[in-house]
Design a protein around this ligand. Structure first.
Ligand code: PGA
Ligand code: ZN
Length: 425
């Protein structure tokens, strides 16, 4: 039974205010969670509540924190902790808007995840195991950023995430070891081209490239030079985040000085997949451009994972619409895109039922909160996207999965290539 719900303002990995919620049970068990924040957000996402005015650059969360004390706490105190779905329904009803904008998705998601943590703590189980309900689950395949571009790096490249995946690594631990080699090598290659300019929002090397393909060339070279085999041990994964580049009426690749129609954008992305060791592509088109998404999926979806992020926004109804259009074969799952744990799980279930891949994902604004590591394992998502291989808000999640993999001992099964939709695997 919930005894108290409190919220406080903390700071995220971009130095912006964020909301932490803390749920205390009558038993004394405590659950705590911190809201993440996106930068390349879709228009159909749940909306954070930020303060008016210039304080903290307009990112203040005092109203979101106040709403937890004034409205959310009174509505939740006394409720049964074991019924996450009922608590999340109460949060949705209390907010009353379609996009959680009244109480704020930042307040709602922090409370919803804190409730989940409290429920696991109440029965004395680690969250991932609590979520399995006794089912066998896999340790997820990590998708790890090497270069960060787009809205996370002053738009130095148009493509937002240049990442790697190691489906044949055999274990999560080994996948991280291989990735560390690639990350280090990529840094050396960039250093040789000129002074390093630090890292982007999610910890990937700040991209200093003359074209988007230049970045793909250097990443491929980094894989080769790292001592691992491209298209064998290590594959490239891209998040184009094309929602930031345009819509069905046209896309702009500023670095390449190109203005492309939807059909040309699809051709361009398909060309990348044909010339580079690419295994996965996220958001090759804008959030409502199902036709371009579908063109890419029809052409290469049989061998490349096509992930919907801004196009799906962790919304089960949009997953169904995208499936009807043949727009993708995998769904990115970000709890704060929809606002509650239960709604995020519904989107994941909808995608899994379609036979799609599912990827639990962090946001570009993060914290030491490691909830998503537990969700990726406990929900058997098969894949986890956290950002790069530096900065502790990223490493905290990778390290938590290492602990979980160790705790599973001989029972641990690495998802590897089993995480992809049947056609891709
Ligand atoms: P965001 O980006 O958290 O800034 O929205 C992450 C992504 O696009 O996957
Ligand atoms: Zn994305």
């Amino acid at each position: 039974v919930i005894a108290a719900v409190v919220a406080r303002q903390l700071w995220d990995s971009r130095g912006r205010p964020t909301v932490e919620a803390e749920v205390t049970l009558a038993s004394g068990a405590v659950g705590r969670a911190i809201a993440p924040a996106g930068a390349s957000r879709g228009a159909h996402e749940a909306v954070d509540l930020r303060d008016d005015g210039a304080l903290f650059g307009g990112f203040g969360v005092s109203r979101a924190v106040a709403g937890v004390a004034a409205e959310i706490a009174p509505a939740l105190v006394g409720r049964d902790i074991g019924d996450q779905a009922a608590i999340d329904r109460a949060l949705v009803a209390l907010d009353g808007t379609a996009d959680k904008s009244r109480l704020g998705a930042n307040a709602v998601v922090a409370v919803s995840m804190a409730v989940l943590h409290a429920a696991a703590a109440d029965v004395g189980e680690p969250l991932w195991r609590y979520l399995t309900g006794g089912r066998k689950v896999r340790v997820p395949l990590p998708e790890i950023q090497i270069f960060g571009g787009g809205a996370h790096a002053g738009r130095r490249t148009d493509i937002q995430d240049f990442m790697v995946m190691c489906p044949k690594a055999g274990s999560f631990r080994r996948a991280l070891e291989i990735t560390s080699d690639v990350y280090r090598t990529a840094g050396r290659l960039m250093e040789a081209r000129g002074p390093l300019s630090g890292v982007a929002d999610e910890g990937g090397w700040w991209p200093d490239f003359v074209s988007n393909e230049d970045a793909l060339d250097v990443l491929t070279q980094a894989i080769e030079t790292s001592g691992h085999r491209p298209a064998e041990d290590v594959w490239i994964s891209l998040d184009v985040a094309a929602n930031e580049l345009g819509d069905a009426s046209g896309y702009e690749l500023a670095l390449d000085e190109l203005r492309l129609s939807g059909a040309e954008m699809a051709e361009r992305v398909i060309g990348w997949a044909n010339r580079y060791p690419i295994l996965s592509i996220e958001d090759p088109a804008g959030q409502d451009d199902f036709a371009t998404m579908a063109a890419v999926t029809a052409a290469i979806g049989g061998r490349v994972q096509i992930i919907g992020d801004d196009v799906l926004v962790t919304n089960a109804a949009r997953v169904a619409a995208a499936a009807a259009a043949g727009a993708c074969n995998a769904a990115l799952i970000k709890v704060n895109q929809v606002g509650t744990v239960t709604e995020a799980k519904a989107a994941l279930d909808a995608a899994a039922t379609l036979g799609w891949g599912t990827i639990v994902s962090a946001r570009s604004g993060e914290s030491e909160d490691v909830t998503i590591a537990h969700l990726a394992v406990g929900w058997d998502a098969g894949q986890l996207k956290v950002g790069s291989f530096t900065r502790s808000e990223r490493m905290a999640k990778w390290n938590e999965v290492l602990r979980i993999e160790e705790a599973m001992g001989g029972e641990a099964v690495f998802a590897g290539a089993s995480c992809f939709a049947a056609a891709v695997a």
